[in-house]
Design a protein around this ligand. Sequence first.
Ligand code: ATP
Ligand code: ATP
Ligand code: MG
Ligand code: MG
Ligand code: MG
Ligand code: MG
Length: 276
Amino acid sequence: MANSKYAYVRNFELPDPLLPGCFLVCRLDGHAFHRFSDEHGFTKPNDERALELMEHAAKDLMSEYNDIVLAFGESDEFSFLLRKSTHLYNRRHAKILTTVTSYFTSCYVFHWPEYFPGKPLRYPPSFDGRIVQYPDEQAIRDYFAWRQADTHINNLYNTVFWALIQQGGKTTAEAHATLTGTVSSQKNEMLFQRFKINYNETSARFRKGSVVVREVATQDATDANPMPPQPPAVQAETSRPSPKARKGDKTKMAIQVLHCDVIGDEFWKARPHLLA
Ligand code: ATP
Ligand code: ATP
Ligand code: MG
Ligand code: MG
Ligand code: MG
Ligand code: MG
């Protein structure tokens, strides 16, 4: 065989399976987005267009991969939960991570002009990615609680920090110094007393982050959040269609973005399929 002399190199490609029966969380994070956000004139502390673009890319990814049941995003990051029994790409670590990261990145670039009209990309953005395997439901709930708590802590800090600069006329160094050692209640108080900002009345998108789930599409939700026709989802090496999405099933599932609490029980009790 003409090829056989070389074929041994294939043996250096080692299998990289993810553990069976574990939940998989794939977290993507923008590479050097501190600079990227500066160079593209993101509004500080929260550029809503940029967050909506992240949400759009996350929804596209979930349309493509049925086994992603839940996503959570804040700032330049998004976490995706794959159901524990997924057979996607035979649970090959690199195959899943690279296709997910690359598809998300492509969608981000693809949709950029819709969110930043008249502001062409100055250079190609990229995202890093990792997959973490979790053995049980509690760890998954704690993982999403951890990300949402992070969203809150960062957003509260950033909201006061930028108020001190934009409305208070402070330099960044002065704003940092003012906030050093303060606790949440002091930051809330400072926002209210000095800047008349009631933190709890600021946008839930900023305070809670973005939760993306498949929900039964009610008439209202469909109207408020129309879904364009989607290309066929990736079924490669997956064994069964996602529940409620079988052929002939009248129930319409739509991918929805929510800005709700995932720390308490309510979210999870209403959606037991997420941890099934
Ligand atoms: P790394 O490559 O290590 O992730 P990074 O510069 O991306 O470096 P992060 O910790 O991921 O660092 O922080 C992302 C930064 O991008 C934020 O601190 C913020 O400055 C900016 N950023 C991201 N999204 C937004 C947004 N929607 N609005 C305003 N700024 C944003
Ligand atoms: P996988 O996702 O497993 O990689 P694949 O369809 O990409 O599946 P490959 O073995 O990577 O399979 O093969 C890529 C295929 O893409 C080729 O077989 C060919 O049909 C097509 N292709 C790629 N590049 C070109 C090109 N420059 N001109 C014509 N066809 C191309
Ligand atoms: Mg990082
Ligand atoms: Mg980053
Ligand atoms: Mg980040
Ligand atoms: Mg290929």
